[in-house]
Design a protein around this ligand. Structure first.
Ligand code: COA
Length: 261
Protein backbone atom coordinates (compact mmCIF):
# COMPACT_ATOMS: atom_id res chain seq x y z
CA UNK A 1 0.00 0.00 0.00
CA UNK A 2 1.56 3.34 -1.00
CA UNK A 3 0.22 6.80 -0.28
CA UNK A 4 -0.12 10.06 -2.19
CA UNK A 5 0.23 12.46 0.76
CA UNK A 6 2.20 10.42 3.30
CA UNK A 7 5.86 9.46 3.14
CA UNK A 8 6.92 6.38 5.11
CA UNK A 9 10.45 5.58 6.19
CA UNK A 10 11.43 2.83 8.61
CA UNK A 11 14.91 2.74 10.14
CA UNK A 12 16.15 0.97 13.28
CA UNK A 13 12.65 0.26 14.56
CA UNK A 14 11.37 3.80 14.01
CA UNK A 15 8.70 4.55 11.42
CA UNK A 16 8.68 8.19 10.31
CA UNK A 17 5.41 9.30 8.78
CA UNK A 18 5.74 12.62 6.96
CA UNK A 19 2.64 14.51 5.86
CA UNK A 20 3.59 15.60 2.38
CA UNK A 21 1.49 18.48 1.03
CA UNK A 22 4.05 21.28 1.49
CA UNK A 23 2.39 23.58 -1.08
CA UNK A 24 -0.69 23.61 1.22
CA UNK A 25 1.44 23.71 4.39
CA UNK A 26 0.43 20.06 4.92
CA UNK A 27 -3.22 20.95 5.61
CA UNK A 28 -5.23 17.86 6.52
CA UNK A 29 -7.64 17.10 3.73
CA UNK A 30 -9.86 14.01 3.68
CA UNK A 31 -7.38 11.95 1.68
CA UNK A 32 -4.51 12.77 4.05
CA UNK A 33 -6.59 11.79 7.09
CA UNK A 34 -7.55 8.47 5.47
CA UNK A 35 -3.99 7.77 4.37
CA UNK A 36 -2.56 8.52 7.81
CA UNK A 37 -5.18 6.29 9.35
CA UNK A 38 -4.30 3.48 6.93
CA UNK A 39 -0.57 3.95 7.53
CA UNK A 40 -1.18 3.56 11.27
CA UNK A 41 -3.23 0.39 10.74
CA UNK A 42 -0.45 -1.04 8.62
CA UNK A 43 2.25 -0.19 11.17
CA UNK A 44 0.25 -1.58 14.11
CA UNK A 45 0.97 -5.15 12.97
CA UNK A 46 4.45 -4.54 11.63
CA UNK A 47 6.88 -6.08 14.11
CA UNK A 48 9.72 -4.00 12.63
CA UNK A 49 8.03 -0.83 13.88
CA UNK A 50 8.51 -0.08 17.58
CA UNK A 51 8.07 3.73 17.74
CA UNK A 52 6.55 6.24 15.31
CA UNK A 53 7.53 9.83 14.56
CA UNK A 54 4.99 12.08 12.87
CA UNK A 55 6.15 15.22 11.07
CA UNK A 56 5.44 17.56 8.17
CA UNK A 57 7.25 18.02 4.86
CA UNK A 58 8.80 21.22 3.62
CA UNK A 59 10.42 22.80 6.67
CA UNK A 60 7.81 25.53 7.15
CA UNK A 61 4.87 23.66 8.55
CA UNK A 62 4.01 20.62 10.62
CA UNK A 63 0.33 20.90 9.65
CA UNK A 64 -1.45 24.26 9.15
CA UNK A 65 -4.84 22.85 10.10
CA UNK A 66 -7.74 21.05 8.57
CA UNK A 67 -8.10 21.86 4.88
CA UNK A 68 -10.36 24.90 5.00
CA UNK A 69 -11.35 24.57 1.33
CA UNK A 70 -13.06 21.24 2.06
CA UNK A 71 -15.54 22.41 4.69
CA UNK A 72 -16.34 25.93 3.54
CA UNK A 73 -19.93 25.07 2.56
CA UNK A 74 -20.81 22.41 5.14
CA UNK A 75 -24.18 22.06 6.92
CA UNK A 76 -24.57 21.31 10.64
CA UNK A 77 -24.71 17.55 10.00
CA UNK A 78 -21.76 17.60 7.62
CA UNK A 79 -19.74 19.59 10.14
CA UNK A 80 -20.51 17.16 12.95
CA UNK A 81 -19.66 14.22 10.69
CA UNK A 82 -16.34 15.81 9.71
CA UNK A 83 -15.37 16.06 13.38
CA UNK A 84 -16.64 12.62 14.42
CA UNK A 85 -15.14 10.78 11.45
CA UNK A 86 -11.80 12.56 11.86
CA UNK A 87 -11.67 11.82 15.57
CA UNK A 88 -12.51 8.16 15.05
CA UNK A 89 -10.31 7.58 12.00
CA UNK A 90 -7.24 9.41 13.19
CA UNK A 91 -7.11 11.44 16.38
CA UNK A 92 -8.47 8.86 18.82
CA UNK A 93 -6.58 6.15 16.95
CA UNK A 94 -3.31 8.01 17.58
CA UNK A 95 -4.14 8.66 21.23
CA UNK A 96 -4.83 4.99 21.98
CA UNK A 97 -2.26 3.55 19.57
CA UNK A 98 -0.39 0.62 21.06
CA UNK A 99 3.06 1.95 20.08
CA UNK A 100 4.53 5.30 21.14
CA UNK A 101 3.94 8.15 18.70
CA UNK A 102 6.09 11.28 18.91
CA UNK A 103 5.11 14.46 17.05
CA UNK A 104 8.11 16.30 15.59
CA UNK A 105 6.60 19.78 15.33
CA UNK A 106 8.79 21.36 12.64
CA UNK A 107 6.85 24.57 11.93
CA UNK A 108 3.24 25.79 11.98
CA UNK A 109 0.99 23.50 14.04
CA UNK A 110 -2.34 25.25 13.78
CA UNK A 111 -5.90 24.10 14.27
CA UNK A 112 -6.12 20.44 13.23
CA UNK A 113 -2.30 20.44 13.08
CA UNK A 114 -1.93 21.25 16.76
CA UNK A 115 -4.78 18.82 17.48
CA UNK A 116 -2.82 16.14 15.63
CA UNK A 117 0.32 16.88 17.65
CA UNK A 118 -1.70 16.87 20.88
CA UNK A 119 -3.19 13.46 20.09
CA UNK A 120 0.37 12.05 19.94
CA UNK A 121 1.91 10.68 23.14
CA UNK A 122 4.76 13.23 23.14
CA UNK A 123 5.70 16.39 21.28
CA UNK A 124 9.12 17.79 20.41
CA UNK A 125 9.14 21.22 18.75
CA UNK A 126 11.68 23.05 16.67
CA UNK A 127 12.39 26.53 18.07
CA UNK A 128 10.89 27.94 14.86
CA UNK A 129 7.53 26.24 15.44
CA UNK A 130 4.36 28.25 16.03
CA UNK A 131 1.34 26.68 17.66
CA UNK A 132 -2.27 27.76 18.00
CA UNK A 133 -5.93 26.94 17.66
CA UNK A 134 -7.28 29.77 15.44
CA UNK A 135 -10.64 28.14 14.65
CA UNK A 136 -12.85 30.76 16.31
CA UNK A 137 -11.40 33.34 13.91
CA UNK A 138 -13.10 31.30 11.17
CA UNK A 139 -16.33 31.07 13.15
CA UNK A 140 -15.90 27.45 14.24
CA UNK A 141 -14.30 25.70 17.20
CA UNK A 142 -11.63 23.00 17.29
CA UNK A 143 -13.33 19.75 16.27
CA UNK A 144 -10.58 17.14 16.39
CA UNK A 145 -10.32 16.96 20.18
CA UNK A 146 -8.61 20.34 20.63
CA UNK A 147 -10.97 21.74 23.26
CA UNK A 148 -10.34 18.65 25.38
CA UNK A 149 -6.67 17.85 24.86
CA UNK A 150 -5.42 21.45 25.05
CA UNK A 151 -7.08 21.90 28.45
CA UNK A 152 -5.64 18.56 29.61
CA UNK A 153 -2.12 19.60 28.59
CA UNK A 154 -1.94 23.28 29.55
CA UNK A 155 -4.84 23.66 31.99
CA UNK A 156 -8.22 25.31 31.50
CA UNK A 157 -7.11 28.94 31.84
CA UNK A 158 -4.41 28.82 29.17
CA UNK A 159 -6.68 26.71 26.93
CA UNK A 160 -9.38 29.37 27.13
CA UNK A 161 -6.79 32.05 26.39
CA UNK A 162 -5.30 30.25 23.36
CA UNK A 163 -8.67 29.33 21.88
CA UNK A 164 -10.34 32.71 22.52
CA UNK A 165 -7.45 34.98 21.48
CA UNK A 166 -6.33 32.65 18.64
CA UNK A 167 -2.75 33.64 19.55
CA UNK A 168 0.01 31.64 17.91
CA UNK A 169 2.48 30.78 20.65
CA UNK A 170 6.21 30.17 20.34
CA UNK A 171 7.87 26.84 21.00
CA UNK A 172 9.42 28.28 24.17
CA UNK A 173 6.01 29.27 25.55
CA UNK A 174 4.63 25.87 24.52
CA UNK A 175 7.43 24.27 26.53
CA UNK A 176 6.81 26.50 29.57
CA UNK A 177 3.11 25.64 29.50
CA UNK A 178 3.67 21.89 29.17
CA UNK A 179 2.37 21.66 25.61
CA UNK A 180 5.63 20.23 24.26
CA UNK A 181 8.20 17.99 25.95
CA UNK A 182 11.33 19.54 24.39
CA UNK A 183 12.39 22.41 22.14
CA UNK A 184 15.38 22.01 19.81
CA UNK A 185 17.02 23.90 16.96
CA UNK A 186 15.45 22.80 13.64
CA UNK A 187 18.44 20.64 12.75
CA UNK A 188 18.24 18.79 16.09
CA UNK A 189 14.51 18.05 15.98
CA UNK A 190 14.54 14.55 14.54
CA UNK A 191 17.68 13.66 16.50
CA UNK A 192 15.86 14.46 19.75
CA UNK A 193 12.85 12.38 18.69
CA UNK A 194 15.13 9.46 17.77
CA UNK A 195 16.93 9.81 21.13
CA UNK A 196 13.59 9.45 22.97
CA UNK A 197 12.58 6.55 20.72
CA UNK A 198 15.91 4.80 21.33
CA UNK A 199 15.49 5.06 25.11
CA UNK A 200 12.05 3.50 24.84
CA UNK A 201 13.24 0.71 22.55
CA UNK A 202 16.28 -0.09 24.71
CA UNK A 203 14.47 -0.11 28.03
CA UNK A 204 10.79 -0.86 27.75
CA UNK A 205 8.57 -3.86 27.09
CA UNK A 206 6.30 -3.03 24.14
CA UNK A 207 3.51 -5.04 25.79
CA UNK A 208 3.83 -3.00 29.00
CA UNK A 209 3.93 0.24 27.01
CA UNK A 210 0.66 -0.65 25.28
CA UNK A 211 -0.89 -1.24 28.72
CA UNK A 212 0.49 2.02 30.11
CA UNK A 213 -0.95 3.98 27.16
CA UNK A 214 -4.41 2.54 27.83
CA UNK A 215 -4.19 3.21 31.56
CA UNK A 216 -2.95 6.80 31.25
CA UNK A 217 -5.58 7.63 28.63
CA UNK A 218 -8.36 6.06 30.71
CA UNK A 219 -7.82 8.70 33.39
CA UNK A 220 -8.76 11.39 30.86
CA UNK A 221 -11.85 9.55 29.58
CA UNK A 222 -15.01 10.32 31.52
CA UNK A 223 -16.50 6.94 30.50
CA UNK A 224 -13.66 5.05 32.18
CA UNK A 225 -12.12 4.74 35.62
CA UNK A 226 -8.37 5.15 35.20
CA UNK A 227 -7.56 3.32 38.43
CA UNK A 228 -9.68 0.32 37.41
CA UNK A 229 -8.08 0.21 33.96
CA UNK A 230 -4.66 0.41 35.63
CA UNK A 231 -5.51 -2.57 37.88
CA UNK A 232 -6.78 -4.60 34.95
CA UNK A 233 -3.80 -3.77 32.70
CA UNK A 234 -1.39 -4.41 35.58
CA UNK A 235 -2.90 -7.87 36.02
CA UNK A 236 -2.68 -8.64 32.30
CA UNK A 237 1.06 -7.90 32.33
CA UNK A 238 1.60 -11.01 34.47
CA UNK A 239 0.51 -13.20 31.58
CA UNK A 240 3.00 -11.75 29.09
CA UNK A 241 6.26 -13.17 27.83
CA UNK A 242 7.79 -9.72 28.38
CA UNK A 243 7.03 -9.82 32.12
CA UNK A 244 8.67 -13.24 32.53
CA UNK A 245 11.65 -12.04 30.48
CA UNK A 246 11.92 -8.74 32.37
CA UNK A 247 11.96 -10.47 35.75
CA UNK A 248 14.36 -13.24 34.62
CA UNK A 249 16.74 -10.68 33.11
CA UNK A 250 16.73 -8.67 36.35
CA UNK A 251 17.48 -11.77 38.44
CA UNK A 252 20.20 -12.89 36.03
CA UNK A 253 21.70 -9.38 35.87
CA UNK A 254 21.41 -9.14 32.09
CA UNK A 255 19.51 -6.96 29.64
CA UNK A 256 16.02 -8.22 28.77
CA UNK A 257 15.06 -9.15 25.22
CA UNK A 258 11.41 -8.21 24.91
CA UNK A 259 9.12 -9.60 22.25
CA UNK A 260 6.11 -7.36 22.81
CA UNK A 261 3.76 -10.14 23.84
N1 COA B 1 -6.34 24.77 4.66
C1 COA B 1 -6.18 24.87 3.33
N2 COA B 1 -5.14 25.49 2.75
C2 COA B 1 -4.22 26.03 3.57
C3 COA B 1 -4.32 25.98 4.96
C4 COA B 1 -5.45 25.32 5.51
N3 COA B 1 -5.62 25.19 6.82
N4 COA B 1 -3.26 26.63 5.50
C5 COA B 1 -2.52 27.06 4.46
N5 COA B 1 -3.09 26.71 3.30
C6 COA B 1 -2.61 26.97 1.94
C7 COA B 1 -2.87 28.42 1.52
O1 COA B 1 -4.20 28.58 1.07
C8 COA B 1 -1.84 28.59 0.44
O2 COA B 1 -2.32 27.94 -0.73
P1 COA B 1 -2.22 28.70 -2.17
O3 COA B 1 -0.75 28.93 -2.37
O4 COA B 1 -2.81 27.73 -3.14
O5 COA B 1 -2.98 30.00 -2.02
C9 COA B 1 -0.67 27.76 0.94
O6 COA B 1 -1.21 26.84 1.90
C10 COA B 1 0.39 28.59 1.62
O7 COA B 1 -0.21 29.33 2.66
P2 COA B 1 -0.06 30.92 2.83
O8 COA B 1 -1.23 31.41 3.63
O9 COA B 1 0.18 31.55 1.50
O10 COA B 1 1.29 31.00 3.69
P3 COA B 1 1.72 32.14 4.69
O11 COA B 1 3.13 31.88 5.02
O12 COA B 1 1.37 33.48 4.13
O13 COA B 1 0.81 31.94 6.01
C11 COA B 1 -0.27 30.64 7.74
C12 COA B 1 0.96 30.80 6.79
C13 COA B 1 -0.12 29.30 8.43
C14 COA B 1 -0.24 31.77 8.77
C15 COA B 1 -1.56 30.72 6.92
O14 COA B 1 -1.46 29.81 5.83
C16 COA B 1 -2.80 30.37 7.68
O15 COA B 1 -3.28 31.18 8.47
N6 COA B 1 -3.38 29.17 7.46
C17 COA B 1 -4.62 28.75 8.07
C18 COA B 1 -4.41 28.36 9.50
C19 COA B 1 -5.74 27.99 10.13
O16 COA B 1 -6.61 28.81 10.29
N7 COA B 1 -5.86 26.72 10.48
C20 COA B 1 -7.02 26.22 11.15
C21 COA B 1 -7.99 25.65 10.19
S1 COA B 1 -9.43 25.08 10.98
Amino acid sequence: MSFQNILEHTENGILSLTINRPDKLNALNKLTIHELSNALDKAANDTNVKVLILTGAGGKSFVAGADISEFAHFTIDEGALLASEGQMLLFSKIQDYSKPIIAAVNGFALGGGLELAMACHMRVASDTAKMGLPEVSLGVIPGYGGTQRLAQLVGKGKAFEMIMTTDMITADDAFKWGLVNYVTPPEGLLKKCVEIADKIMKRASPAAIASAILAINAGFDSDKNGFEVEISEFGKCFNTYDFKEGISAFMEKRKPIFLGK
